[in-house]
Ligand binder design. Structure first.
Ligand code: HEM
Length: 112
């Protein structure tokens, strides 16, 4: 979890200021992100609704669509760093495909 945010804030220093200093919110966010990625792979019917609510809540935090893009990039980079040599091109392709799908749902819910 710290790896993800380290990478995210390196990519987007402007996003750092939106977060508090308590790690609990960040932990909840990463857990929910992992759950959503799993739900992407299972093509559950309710994912769009959950994402829509989350994107709505995140508008108040100041999250923008391009921040989601950077956050998802940080997730892939952190996974790659954590797995080291165990990370394969197949992992890379799968994670990127699911996160691209998730980003398209976020973009659809982000009607600003
Ligand atoms: C799929 C992507 C994302 C999911 C599922 C998600 C989910 C969550 C969840 C579950 C929380 C915790 C809320 C709570 O504990 O009350 C949270 C907090 C937060 N999220 Fe996200 N989030 C996502 C992307 C983003 C992005 C791209 C930003 C951009 C800045 C962002 C900014 C925040 C902020 C500022 C908080 C408050 C954290 C704090 O209390 O310090 N989130 N998010």
């Amino acid at each position: 979890m710290p790896l993800v945010y380290e990478r995210f804030f390196a990519l987007r220093p402007d996003a750092r200021a939106l977060f508090g200093n308590d790690a609990l919110g960040r932990g909840r966010m990463f857990n929910e992100t992992l759950t959503m990625i799993l739900e992407c792979t299972r093509e559950v019917g309710y994912l769009e609704g959950i994402v829509e609510r989350e994107v709505g809540d995140h508008r108040a935090y100041g999250a923008t669509l391009s921040m989601y893009e950077s956050y998802f990039e940080a997730v892939v980079q952190a996974m790659q760093a954590a797995l080291g040599e165990s990370w394969t091109p197949s992992h890379e392709e799968s994670w990127r495909r699911q996160l691209e799908h998730l980003l398209s749902i976020v973009a659809g819910a982000d009607d600003r």
